[in-house]
Design a protein around this ligand. Sequence first.
Ligand code: GP9
Length: 408
Amino acid sequence: DSNELVPALNYLNEKKVKPNPDMTGVAEGKNVIILSLESTQTFVVDNELHGQELTPYFNDLKEEGAYFTNFYHQVKQGRTSDSEFMLDNSLYGLNRGAAFFTHSGNEYEATPEVIGEKGYTTTNMHANDKTFWNRNVMYDSLGYDEYYSKEDYEVTEEKSYGWGYLDEYFFSDSLDKMEELEQPFYNKMITLTNHYPFTLPEDKKLIEEGETSSGTLNRFFQTIRYQDEALKQFVEEFKKSDLYDDTLLIIYGDHFGISENHQKAMGEYLGKDINSYEQFQLQRVPLLILGEGIEPSKYDTVGGQIDLRPTIMNLLGVEDENPVQFGHDLFSEERKDMIITRDGDFASEEYVGVKESCFDRGTGEEVEGHACSEGFEQAEEELALSDSIVYGDLLRYLNETEMLEEDK
Ligand code: GP9
């Protein structure tokens, strides 16, 4: 019953921070595009191969908005679907399997549902089979109005490779679709080309492959470079469209592309030894927020995908009455730097705690283990509470709790 929600509510109440009031409603009533970039990690930003930038377009674009340098993915086996789960719920994905499959029948009070009630059209665009990650089912549970999947795109063999529809065509078709949507809209777009095993047709390769001992990493550089070119074409077209002035564009990386099996090659590329601290830091993914009212600035705030929902809701000035959210507004002056991974590792302002080792976050020096005990304890508690919500389908009791509050 609703009492099962109490431990989580107490915990969240204690950890609550005020969102940044200066950012409240700066994007009120605007469209939102959430652009999820497949397998895109922060290490490619402002980095080069053979003397050429890997993401020349993004490197410039990030100077136009709020760019977060210490933003982490927090996914596990559910990969892209886990990032989507966190984005819309501010709940953690599961330690095993994908909540998109195992808990699609739960009651949620996700972003699309909340802003749908405020008049938003809520959509997803992703040119893969609609059943992949059980999206067709889960998107309904999350309250989306519409899912434009592979069958809604002009997918031909010439315009496809590897995983399917190439990003450049996905982007241009999606822009056409968006122009037809009823506004304001909240639309998530998910790219596909930069996916393992990172292969491309010859004429789409804009950079020579890498020269490390990992073929995967060597090819990844090429698909990342390709994705950046597709992004350029999309954003430039978008800027020319009528949508641009009325839209908040949020771009983030969904998860790592290069797993720890390729540590040696990553070390060769980055010119350093990849220990568990460096491996942890490689889990940073870019986050860029662009739009009118967002001052161009670089933020070194430590945060993660769990924080997206409260950040977005504050920018939209939407009063989000769902109290069961584990993230905090990334612009909040009150927030404590913290990001917890699904493995129970964490980064705080001072430390990185990983696999029971403790490091100084700034220097990467290993420090006495007890410095990280508090962080590890918080990670464990928080993950368990989030799990209690998902496994117990506890959001179905939310209304009852609200009524209890009103009775008081
Ligand atoms: C599949 C795409 C990739 O539709 O989102 O999923 P991933 O394998 O990265 O989770």
